[in-house]
Design a protein around this ligand. Structure first.
Ligand code: OSB
Ligand code: MG
Length: 376
């Protein structure tokens, strides 16, 4: 497709409540959005990099740099026919998967519109509704946490995930299980433990957790495989899995029994589908993770979650959990059964509120096709 313009912008969006993980607190999101104009259509993409390089090596500012100086010009010059062409176009650039995903996903978004099919259909999705869970940040106190869980269960969410870290784990699980013995409950440590904590983590088995997400180092398979042998509870890897090869290594080493797939972390839809497929072939269930996305990234997560092997509820929740006003319409809502219904319309299924986006924008850059990358 002929690309007329690639627009890059940073929007700043305050979260309705702070979100605390083992690596820090997020209050305001600085989100990069890309819009790709082609033959009268506009495809949108969201970069899920954090404000700081704490979840992974990328940040809003590293992504801006690599999008403007490397990825944007290469994509514009290459004129890809399909979203699936993007990984090859970007392959000279090492790393920066969240920056790559923003562009690749915008091309898929564009392609779905051009073909007149929903993004879910274009990806090979098979579901009409997807199952939703929530990720609940570390709270000031256990009573405060119980109140949040109460509210999320009343809203219909099918699975509760608790962020945890040393000092915010067993006592918390104990109180939550005492109140709700039967709910689907999991935890996510974002690499807050070390192998010397194995006995302590084995103590989590008592709480019948659906999974323990990324307890050890962010880039590890080997020590997770040792830990998994000592646990009844399945481990789930998030940070460690950057591509299909990682997924296969983790599965073969028995580092985990469940995979979290995030579009940004794996570099976009092509690699996300590849991870999904290899997990499915090996009988490993997957679910879609979240990165506190705006409605644009969320719409892409929803479409991805319609693939067959997304059999566990994802961290894909309603706009209102994050934003006073989301930048898409309709805003994303979750039914009282904890489901999001897939709209059978061309493209991503949620229109971008361009006036609001404009209001939230703090900087822009236009990457027009002019000089070939090789000649710059
Ligand atoms: O590890 O899944 C994670 C948010 C930011 C960074 C990492 C993670 C998360 C979440 C939130 O758990 C998921 C969401 O609701 O978007
Ligand atoms: Mg996680």
């Amino acid at each position: 497709m002929k690309i007329d313009e690639i627009g890059l912008r940073e929007v700043q969006m305050p979260l309705v409540r702070p979100f605390e993980t083992s690596f820090g607190v997020t209050r305001n999101r600085r989100i990069l959005l890309v819009e790709i104009h082609s033959e009268g259509l506009v495809g949108w993409g969201e970069c899920t990099a954090g404000e700081h390089p704490y979840f992974s090596a990328e940040s809003t500012d590293t992504a801006w740099y690599v999008l403007v100086n490397e990825l944007g010009p290469r994509l514009a010059e290459a004129e890809p026919a399909h979203g699936g062409d993007c990984p090859k176009i970007f392959s000279i650039v090492r790393g920066h998967p969240m920056a790559k995903a923003a562009l690749e996903n915008a091309i898929w978004d564009l392609e779905a519109q051009r073909e007149g099919v929903s993004l879910s259909q274009l990806l090979g999705g098979v579901k009409e509704t997807i199952a939703c869970g929530v990720s609940i940040g570390i709270q000031p106190s256990i009573p405060a946490l119980l109140e949040v869980i109460e509210r999320e269960l009343a809203a219909g969410y099918q699975r509760i995930k608790l962020k945890c870290k040393p000092g915010w784990d067993t006592e918390v699980f104990e109180k939550v299980r005492a109140r709700w013995p039967k709910i689907l409950l999991s935890c996510d440590a974002n690499s807050a433990y070390r192998l010397k904590d194995a006995d302590h983590i084995a103590g989590f088995d008592k709480y019948d957790l659906l999974m323990i997400e990324q307890p050890l180092w962010y880039d590890d398979f080997y020590y997770h495989s040792i830990l998994q042998k000592r646990l009844e509870t399945p481990l789930c890897l998030d940070e460690s899995i950057q591509n299909r090869r990682d997924a296969l290594a983790a599965i073969e080493m028995e580092s985990c029994r469940i995979l979290n797939i995030k579009l940004g972390r794996v570099g976009g839809f092509s690699e996300a589908i590849a991870v999904h497929n290899v997990a499915q072939e090996r009988g490993i269930p997957v679910w879609c993770g979240g990165m506190l996305e705006s409605g644009i990234g969320r719409a892409h997560n929803i479409a991805l979650s319609t693939l067959e092997n997304f059999t566990l509820p994802g961290d894909v929740s309603a706009s209102a959990r994050y934003w006073a006003e989301d930048i898409v319409e309709p805003e994303i809502t979750v039914s009282s059964k904890g489901e999001i219904a897939i709209a059978d319309v061309p493209g991503r299924g949620y229109a971008v509120r361009t006036d609001l986006v404009e209001k939230l924008t703090v900087r822009t850059e236009s990457m027009r096709v002019s000089v070939p990358v090789a000649a710059r």
